[in-house]
Design a protein around this ligand. Sequence first.
Ligand SMILES: Cc1cc2nc3c(=O)[nH]c(=O)nc-3n(C[C@H](O)[C@H](O)[C@H](O)COP(=O)(O)O)c2cc1C
Length: 354
Amino acid sequence: MTIDGRKNDHIDICLSERVRVSKDHWDEVHLVHQAIPSCDLEDIDLAVDFLGKELSAPLIISAMTGGSDQAQEYNRILARAAEEFGIGLGVGSQRAGLEKASLEGSYSVIKEFNVPLVLGNLGAPQFSDSRGKGISRYSLEDVARALQMINGDAICLHLNYLQEVVQPEGETHICGFLDNLGDLTKEVKVVAKETGAGISRKAALSLKEAGVAAIDVGGASGTSFSAVESYRDSGGSGRAKRIGTTYWDWGIPTPVSLKLANVGLPLIATGGLRNGQDVVKAISLGADIGGMAWPLLSAASKGFAELKREISFIIEEIRIGLFLTGCRSAADIVRPESVITGHTGEYLEFLSRY
Ligand SMILES: Cc1cc2nc3c(=O)[nH]c(=O)nc-3n(C[C@H](O)[C@H](O)[C@H](O)COP(=O)(O)O)c2cc1C
């Protein structure tokens, strides 16, 4: 299947099927209420600095799409909303745009808008050394082209090996990746980004050593790409359905991953955040900003007015969450306090012993 066909499949499946992991780990994170807030509600300062860019709220629309006409329309309205609210925006994998010039416009459409933080997106397998196995290997020039395509501030390299092992056309190459990443980070700002299976402490330390500028933990709790690929199996051998179902819930829960990946780099919390309270929970666990994909795709599918309504509710909920936890700002050095219970709490406690 072509890359553009695959991209449309992902959007269609995400909008028509249940693609979440079985457990909402954010339900097991509880913010601690402060009966005496630190300032008036309207004085809460939501602005944050992330990778040297000022966002009006600690929020980014996570990487989703590009590479088809449908994707172009989504990128247009997502970018319009990001401009209007002063929040960040990531585009989906730009491989299609690099490999087929006619698809560049589906990404570069976002240049029509003044978005404060724009993140490009390419995949880790394209930075491995597994030559001779039919994969393209991207150079620094390719990365520069990807960034020029969108006026990007940094490039996300997505680590999506869970998805790659399930999809029939998956690219599971990794040899030499960390060394190549180390070379790349000397020239360009790189954000290492998981896509739903989370970042462990070991992975975070390796990424830090390789010089990445930030980590998006992309943990388990929301969209499962194992699930998405299992639906794409129709008419196939049944392999993706079988393996995608077996590994549906695979991954480190996002709240746990935030703790593990906190190695002194800026952190984005993506994976299952549903509202502004979840963003505040993520901040309480060490995130600088929260990222959302599926909830904003779903709102955008109903049109720009619905997307705008959804983001304004999310931002209001962030303000309220910070107020009720006694914070003055999203960048407050005193983070909101939270308690992690149940399965998620046990998972974290077990790992914290080592
Ligand atoms: C339709 C769709 C397409 C996606 N495509 C990409 C992609 O191209 N690159 C990437 O890094 N992440 C991609 N993601 C993953 C998201 O950026 C995010 O990490 C993941 O969906 C978890 O967030 P959520 O639970 O809010 O959906 C995609 C997500 C969705 C829903």
